[in-house]
Design a binder for this molecule. Structure first.
Ligand code: FAD
Ligand code: NAD
Length: 470
């Protein structure tokens, strides 16, 4: 039997960040997860492998784009086994690193599945066989999320894949249907499109990425219309049938063709919290109607000894949000007066162009009837964007017109995922349009679009002529 001050259930970016900080603060810590090393969904079958493949997709797309500048590389030859190995090695390298970090910190990493016994103990079914009992003062539940697959999209055929199966690169199908025009659908759809599949995306709402502002999405959608075969909006899949030649899919909605055959289908219609932890009912932990574990702003559940963090407690289901919550929960345990209260959580869709936003969106402001000023800087006016031949970008700031305070940032364009961090910092620091305008940004970089958007707010942007009215 192990006795520890803290046990963390789930070794994803939420769980391992929490375990590592707790060890750094001097607590005895056990971390339970079925994988060989910490990493969770994000590192083993999410953020990291998808970004390795997206990097390759970007290279392929850029080499095709180079034709326009007089440089022709020809069509790439793809060695799928080698590509898979590259991706697997990326995962191995990162997870062996997290394993080492756990060892250095003397975190007791237990490879297995946890079942809760009561508010101060749990049992771990060890992957190697046998069981281990862990008694704890505090526990953090960080069990993440799983793909949500509605019954009509669930058919027992390996050609119908979830994100995990798609990341395994079973082959490069001639035709691929992606169900869901959200993060996963667009990221993995882009990978397969670059590798040579004819990709069709079907999305039930009127637009891709329903949570993002339309002016940003329009720029991405235009590019996607060139790289993918088609995007079917306001359309649902109502039936899928496995046939020898492929998966026959029946659509309902705006799509003209009501039936089509695809070599493979990727279902990416969202994820559901993994809160069905065995024995959870033996505690006072409560779960809401959507399956999220209920927590307060310090990430305490209804059971005083148990905290919960990450995808299992709510949206947005993002790795950096999980890690931040994990650190907050540990600091609370350590007696600090802190809460999870970010002003801005960045969201990045790693397509080409990338799309990113943080803080208040324009759509959200409109929905809440909030009076805001939106200052936009089109990348067609950026020297850097023109020099890399990527003017398909836009930077916009959402500002309080009275205080000039920055409330939100939206970006689309290559590298938007890196640029958004400046917006997050600015919002967290309570920066105003003047602060951004007076901050000297390096030239020629895409970061200047942040500064020039602030200049647009004052009607004084150097590279766009948009005088302030009135
Ligand atoms: P998870 O990473 O889900 O980890 C939970 C862990 O708990 C898992 O290892 C699981 O096996 C383990 N577990 C579950 N039950 C038990 C139990 N009873 N006992 C022991 N262990 C248990 N987010 C981003 O921010 N950026 C991205 O680029 C990004 N890309 C993504 C791409 C894909 C394809 C997917 C699927 C997701 C992506 N995400 C991305 C989302 C990101 O992966 C999640 O938000 C993040 O992993 C959540 O972290 P977590 O710590 O809450 O849990
Ligand atoms: P998502 O919520 O991003 O997108 C799902 C899409 O599917 C939505 O646009 C929705 O309207 C649509 N949809 C739902 N049911 C449908 C149906 N029956 N037919 C057609 N369309 C349907 O979900 P996801 O893409 O599965 O990703 C899950 C989560 O994982 C994301 O919300 C995000 O939190 C996380 N993630 C993040 C990243 C990143 O940060 N870059 C990447 C991948 C995943």
């Amino acid at each position: 039997m192990i006795s520890t001050q803290l046990v963390v259930v789930g070794g994803g970016p939420g769980g391992y960040a929490a375990a590592f900080l707790a060890a750094d603060l001097g607590l005895s810590v056990a971390l339970v997860d079925p994988e060989v090393n910490p990493g969770g969904v994000c590192v083993y079958r999410g953020c990291i492998p998808s970004k390795a493949l997206l990097h390759v997709a970007k290279l392929i797309d850029e080499s095709r784009h180079a034709k326009a500048w007089g440089i022709a590389f020809g069509e790439p030859t793809i060695n799928l086994d080698q590509l898979r190995e590259f991706k697997n090695n990326v995962v191995k390298r990162l997870t062996s690193g997290t394993g080492q970090l756990a060892k250095h910190r003397k975190v007791n990493y237990i490879q297995g599945w946890a079942e809760i016994v009561d508010a101060h103990s749990l049992r771990v079914k060890l992957v190697a066989g046998g069981e281990e009992t862990v008694q704890f003062e505090h526990a953090i539940l960080a069990t993440g999320s799983l793909p949500a697959i509605p019954p009509m999209l669930k058919i027992d055929d390996p050609r119908v894949m979830d994100s995990t199966a798609a990341l395994d690169l079973p082959d490069i199908p001639k035709s691929l249907l992606v169900v869901g025009g959200g993060y996963i659908g667009l990221e993995l759809g882009s990978v397969y499109a670059a590798l040579g599949s004819a990709v069709t995306v079907v999305e039930m709402t009127p637009g891709l990425l329903p949570g993002a502002d339309r002016d940003l999405v329009d720029i991405l959608a235009k590019r996607i219309s060139q790289t993918m075969k088609s995007v079917l909006l306001e359309t649902r899949v109502v039936q899928m049938k496995a046939e020898a030649k492929g998966i026959r899919v029946t659509f309902e909605g705006k799509a003209e063709a009501k039936e089509q055959l695809f070599d493979r289908v990727l279902v990416a219609v969202g994820r559901r919290p993994n809160s069905a932890i065995p024995g959870l009912d033996k505690t006072s932990v409560q779960v809401d109607s959507r399956g999220f574990i209920m927590v307060d702003e310090q990430r305490r559940t209804h059971e005083p000894s148990i905290f919960a963090i990450g995808d299992v407690v709510g949206e947005p289901m993002l790795a950096h949000k999980a890690s931040h919550e994990g650190r907050v929960a540990v600091e609370v345990m350590a007696g600090e007066n802190v809460a999870f209260a970010p002003r801005a959580i960045p969201a990045v869709v790693f397509t080409d162009p990338e799309l990113a936003w943080c803080g208040l969106t324009e759509a959200q402001a409109a929905k809440e009837g909030r009076h805001v000023t939106v200052a936009k800087f089109p990348w067609g006016a950026s020297g850097r964007a023109i020099s890399i031949d990527r003017t398909d970008g836009l930077t916009k700031l959402i500002l309080d017109p009275d205080t000039e305070r920055l409330l939100g940032v939206g970006l689309v364009g290559p590298g938007a995922g890196e640029l958004i961090a400046e917006g997050v910092l600015a919002i967290e620091m309570g920066a105003t349009a003047t602060d951004l305008k007076l901050t000297i940004h390096p030239h020629p970089t895409l970061t200047e679009t942040m500064m020039e958007s602030a200049e647009v707010f004052f009607g004084q942007a150097t590279h766009v002529y948009r005088p302030k009215r009135g």
